[in-house]
Design a protein around this ligand. Structure first.
Ligand code: PEP
Ligand code: MN
Length: 431
């Protein structure tokens, strides 16, 4: 596969359309990036950001096209009901925590969760870490409680509460790339051959840099070399926005978070835009409804998308719809709500005869005290003890494995209902 844009060193960095398709891709990329883009930083000196983008266009990829293609195959199985997808890791990776001990702990907890899930069902498992690039965060407010520009992730600014530290700095994209390469090295070394990496497709100045032109599919597309799998977040899924248009151009498997405001009609629009060639597993719909809403909001979405004939992966994120503020001010989640949202998700799929294809969770292998509940009964007064997240609260190692046992039970129940094989229903309409 050839890098895109093609920029041979001996032409002074001029972009060359070596292949006829590159002109089309160039135009489509420029059109995508010209659309309104939510949640982007305002770089104080735009030329500096441009220079970093050009530098990163020459940088090494983090992942290989063959691994990404293998993940696409594995996700096709998950979409057909023949595999289960476990995705998880930090809410926000940080440069400071990009250490062997932290990364190994997170890989280890994912492996333990995967073991629990596999042993309960014999269903092949696909594991995707939120790792090696999960450095950009969407935020609900532009300023924090003290009136400073909000922390947007280590790839953009620093969490330190000073005006200088919070000023977006494009050089951080270079540091993010170096950190991601280091993390990927550890994933290869300690994660086995079957852990893939993912992050939120958020910061477009970063995402646009390490790309290949990919002519292998039904239409020429771009493959990101920055992660195997990318997802669009709840705050950047505007139909006319840059993130959806950029994801449409990618040949990587992609996800989109869908919160409780998403209607069945909107979900079908996402599916048609992001899976135009009806490729099983190309798109993962990540529902994050909250435990109180999932049983009501998800069924019409699953029904209408299934009727469209597209084979998506249904994945439950039981974290982001269940965030609450503890009495002592800590942003937290309760283990019981997390379990209950997954239970609701399984109930919906059991009712409709569809495959509950996976979970997407914020977990760490470290012994943090960020989420309430679980077997050791973390209470509000325990939260300050080891509350270390740079953004959202994560399940700790013990809570994560306990969650895996709950999910394994639900999955085993679903399997014993005879829903082991591919969905036998006729595929309707366009696909
Ligand atoms: C996240 O995954 O960390 C996140 C911000 O999720 P969402 O877009 O669903 O709110
Ligand atoms: Mn989060």
């Amino acid at each position: 596969m050839r890098r895109f844009p093609h920029r041979p060193a001996d032409t002074g960095g001029q972009i060359h359309d070596r292949h006829p398709e590159d002109g089309v891709l160039n135009r489509r990329l420029a059109e995508a990036l010209a659309r309104p883009a939510a949640q982007q930083p305002c770089w104080p000196v735009p030329e500096r950001a441009r220079a970093v983008v050009e530098q990163l266009q020459q940088a090494d990829p983090i992942v290989t096209p063959s691994d990404t293609a293998r993940l696409s195959d594995r996700l096709a199985s998950a979409a057909r009901g023949e595999a289960f997808l476990l995705q998880g890791g930090d809410c926000a990776e940080t440069f400071a925590d990009n250490t062997v001990s932290h990364l190994r702990a997170n890989l280890r907890v994912l492996a333990r969760m995967a073991d629990v899930l596999t042993h309960a069902t014999d269903l092949p498992l696909v594991t995707i870490a939120r790792m090696a690039g999960q450095y950009a965060k969407p935020r609900s407010n532009a300023v924090d409680a003290s009136g400073l520009p909000v922390y947007r992730g280590d790839i953009i600014n620093s969490a330190e509460p000073t005006p200088a530290a919070r000023t977006p700095d494009p050089q951080r994209m270079l540091r993010a790339h170096v950190n991601a390469a280091g993390a990927m090295e550890l994933v290869r070394r300690f994660g086995g051959s079957e852990v893939y990496v993912s992050h939120e497709l958020l910061l477009l100045d970063y995402e646009r840099t390490v790309l290949w032109a990919d002519d292998s599919g039904p239409e020429a597309r771009l493959m990101s070399g920055l992660a195997h799998f990318l997802w669009i977040g709840e705050r950047t899924r505007q139909l006319d926005g840059a993130h959806i248009a950029f994801a449409e151009l990618l040949s990587n498997p992609v996800g989109i978070k869908i919160g409780p405001s998403v209607t069945a009609e909107l979900a079908v629009e996402y599916v048609e835009r992001l899976d135009p060639h009806c490729t099983p597993g190309r798109l993962t719909l990540v529902s994050r409804m909250g435990n109180g809403l999932v049983r009501d909001v998800l069924p019409p979405i699953v029904e209408k998308v299934s009727a469209s004939g597209h084979q998506v992966i249904w994945q439950c994120d039981p974290m982001h719809g269940n965030t609450l503020q503890a009495g002592n001010g800590f942003k937290t989640r309760h283990f019981d709500d997390v379990v209950d949202e997954i239970a609701g998700f399984f109930e919906v799929h059991r009712e409709l005869g569809t495959h509950p294809g996976g979970i997407h969770v914020e977990v760490t292998g470290e012994d943090v005290t960020e989420c309430l509940g679980g077997a050791s009964g973390i209470g509000e007064r325990d939260l300050p003890t080891r509350y270390r997240t740079a953004c959202d609260p994560r399940l700790n190692a013990e809570q994560s494995v306990e969650l895996a046992y709950f999910v394994a039970e639900m999955l085993a129940g679903w399997r014993s209902d005879g829903r082991a094989g591919p969905d036998g229903r006729d595929l309707a309409d366009s696909c």
